[in-house]
Structures are given as structure tokens and as C-alpha cells.
Write a protein that binds this ligand. Structure first.
Ligand code: DQA
Length: 146
């Protein structure tokens, strides 16, 4: 199983950015954690992070035919980007939406998720460990594919 982990704007600032909300772990800690989880499950993970919406769309499009699934935290673009939603629909890969914080308990503007409309599963509020759960979800899905 080959997964692409896509992180959107400001997730490169993990560890520095609002530690009370997003924790003390850095982006590199996040990458290490996911890489280990994927290896434990006999899979492989590649990583992409960008602060630019179009670059995230490009990464989703380029996943087509290469990856078995996508783990996606679009950051603030979660709540605004129809382009990311459309890209996910275009490639139609199993996708899991991850949020480090519990967006359901935050500001009203964080209550809509466009990307989530094309994701089959959502994990939020579990800190960076949520990405591990996303790997396990996709592994299960991959193991039971037809
Ligand atoms: C986030 C939640 C978003 O609302 C926010 O804009 C982020 C991070 C999270 O992981 O909790 O950048 O996606």
C-alpha cells in the first residue's frame, strides 16, 4: 500500500505554531510518525506539504495512478477550497481527512469542510497521532479491497 500524505498551509510550522492547539511536535516528527506507522503496516508513505492551494491541487492530481490512498490535512483550505474538493473527486482515490485539532469545537468558520465532502473518513482532535489512525484506516481498506 502506497499512500500520499498531503499537508496544507502552516502545517510546516508545527511545534512553533499555537502549541496549545496543535501540540509541540514538529512537521518532521509528524513525518517520522507516519513513516513508522506505514512501515509497521507493510506500506509506504510519501509526503507533500505546501502553503499554496494550486500546489495542493497538483499533488492530488499527480497521485492518480501512483498511490492507493491519500491522507489529507488541507489546513485552512479545508474550509474554503472547492478546487481541492474537485481534485479529490477527479482522482477518486480513497482519502482520509485529518485535523490535529478538534475543529468541531472551534470557530463557526471551521465547521464547513469542502475537502471532507470527498473523503471517506475523518479524524480530528487526536493530535498528530490522528495521522497514524488514518494510515490504519487506509491499510484496512486496502487489505479488504476487491
Ligand atoms: C487544522 C484545522 C484548520 O482549521 C486550521 O486552519 C489548520 C489546521 C488542524 O489540523 O486542526 O491549519 O486543519
Amino acid at each position: 500500500m502506497k499512500v500520499l500524505v498531503i499537508n496544507g498551509p502552516n502545517l510546516n510550522m508545527l511545534g512553533i505554531r499555537e502549541p496549545g492547539v496543535y501540540g509541540n511536535g514538529s512537521y518532521n516528527d509528524l513525518v517520522d510518525l507516519i513513516r513508522r506507522a506505514a512501515e509497521e503496516e507493510g506500506g509506504d508513505a510519501d509526503f507533500f506539504q505546501s502553503n499554496h492551494e494550486g500546489a495542493l491541487v497538483d499533488a492530488i492530481q499527480q497521485a492518480y495512478g501512483v498511490y492507493d490512498g491519500i491522507i489529507l490535512n488541507p489546513g485552512a483550505y479545508t474550509h474554503t477550497s472547492i478546487a481541492i474538493l474537485d481534485a479529490l473527486k477527479a482522482v477518486s482515490l480513497p482519502a482520509v481527512e485529518v485535523h490535529i485539532s478538534d475543529v468541531s469545537k472551534r470557530e463557526p468558520f471551521r465547521q464547513i469542510s469542502y475537502a471532507g465532502m470527498a473523503c471517506e473518513h475523518r479524524i480530528a482532535g487526536q493530535g498528530i497521532q490522528g495521522y497514524r489512525q488514518a494510515v490504519l484506516y487506509l491499510k484496512e481498506k486496502y487489505a479488504t479491497r476487491l
